[in-house]
Design a binder for this molecule. Sequence first.
Ligand code: NAP
Length: 250
Amino acid sequence: MSALFDVSGKVACVTGASSGLGRAAASLLAASGARVIGVARRAEELAAWRADTQGETACVSANLADRQGLKAVAHAVCTPFGPVDILINAAGINTRQHADEVTEDGWDVTLDLNLAAPFFLAQSLVTGMKAKGWGRIINFASLQSQRAFPNGIAYGASKGGVEQMTRAMAEAWSSHGITANAVAPGFFRTELTGPVFADPALAQRNADQTCVGRNGEPADLDGPLMFFCSPASDYVTGQTLFVDGGFTAK
Ligand SMILES: NC(=O)c1ccc[n+]([C@@H]2O[C@H](COP(=O)([O-])OP(=O)(O)OC[C@H]3O[C@@H](n4cnc5c(N)ncnc54)[C@H](OP(=O)(O)O)[C@@H]3O)[C@@H](O)[C@H]2O)c1
């Protein structure tokens, strides 16, 4: 492993580690020698992730949409291995409510989980990163950070916020050696995108919209994530990288 991309010995917190892209990111970091704490609600799925994953891991079961609990989550996350070096905010939901039908609860849970939790977790965890003079925050943006899709108003608002919040985190904390960047995946088959992939014609239309000609596979995010988590990206901050096979390029 080149020192450029070395994360061995780093302490990494990955939210959404019970499923999909968060789980893949948590496994990638553990396999790369980081000590990884996975966070999500489903304790049994987190246990299954740990059982399938080589390396040093721990988990915290918590509802990240409960803003009042986030300080306690941040404390619990720092308990197994000490202060966190790398925070990956991958937990997210899409309630897929049409603009005419959006409920207050649907709006609140989307904004609380997708936007408020990444911020308040980061706010707590940067204290430890500042003490080390080094840290990494990687947020999960989306095609919907920049594009409108059907039934996506709450999700799109949250993900548009994630892109701007990433710039603002960079402005606030990069002088302490803490970079903040985001990945914006195209279409990847996960629980979240179940409704999209359940419609083969829609999934194919999305694949055809890319330059590469296919939808994403979890491993497509490995390189971008290792770049953002490691010293390779020391001078890159406030950026959102679209890992979308060129979806947004055409
Ligand atoms: N898949 C894609 O094509 C795609 C595209 C663009 C962006 N993204 C973004 O990528 C990230 C990961 O999504 P995914 O596709 O991997 O979805 P996923 O498989 O549905 O995973 C979502 C994760 O979020 C966790 N989560 C949901 N509600 C939570 C809550 N209240 N508290 C704590 N954790 C909660 C889930 O765990 P529990 O249910 O166990 O709590 C799960 O681990 C999301 O931010 C999503 O917006 C995905």
